[in-house]
Design a protein around this ligand. Sequence first.
Ligand SMILES: CC(C)(COP(=O)(O)OP(=O)(O)OC[C@H]1O[C@@H](n2cnc3c(N)ncnc32)[C@H](O)[C@@H]1OP(=O)(O)O)[C@@H](O)C(=O)NCCC(=O)NCCS
Length: 219
Amino acid sequence: MPEPTGADQAGGGLTAPEPASGRPGRTGPGLPRRTERLLLRPFRHGDEADVLAYRSREDVVRYMHAEPLPEDAAEAFIAERLGATQIAADNDGIILAVEHDGRVIGDVVIRTGQLADRQAEIGWAFNPEYHGRGFAAEAARELLVLAFCDLGMHRAWAQIDPRNRASARLCERLGMRKEAHFVQDMWFKGAWGDTTIYALLAAEWPDSSGDRSMSERHR
Ligand SMILES: CC(C)(COP(=O)(O)OP(=O)(O)OC[C@H]1O[C@@H](n2cnc3c(N)ncnc32)[C@H](O)[C@@H]1OP(=O)(O)O)[C@@H](O)C(=O)NCCC(=O)NCCS
């Protein structure tokens, strides 16, 4: 899963460049995003305690490149992500805190490589206290709206550790296709690890034909 920092992403406008496909350019993502039960918004100072509640846990970061977040690193964690609110240049990322009932219960990320390729990598991490209630799926669906509707991405993809069954189930719940299983393709936390790739094309996305109003999405 991607672990971008926001350090190099501050400033600039929200307008995505012209897609390579020749489709008309789209206005960048409106933030924050509201779903039925969640608010997806940029991180802000004051989120440290909520973030520590899950990012400091070994069971949360087990299959992520991150290590458990130490208490004294929480402020820097937030600071690095404050500006990650746009995709306007190669390798940009948008990182959003996921809020439920006034508490940050997780975070999600959408990141591009070469903008011209219109590929969006998506990722997630949620507080175990809130697992099993469909919150991650609800937030990830909104990431797909952001990727396909707002940013005009061609393909969304996720890379996961195949032992991470909860994450694989989430990809499947989103309608993503398992496209690859790479064997021992990385040195991961002291051992060789496998990677599976899940992906979904904009044209395959169930909502792709629905012309959902942006103003409706950005309440
Ligand atoms: C991956 C992760 C986000 C999945 O969280 P999750 O809560 O299981 O995911 P979902 O939001 O899709 O919820 C699905 C579960 O909620 C249940 N559920 C309850 N109400 C639901 C609703 N309204 N809608 C959908 N599912 C609902 C489902 O039945 C399902 O239960 P099951 O797992 O027993 O089948 C979570 O395990 C996590 O944060 N892990 C640690 C970080 C991590 O590994 N990140 C990925 C790195 S590769």
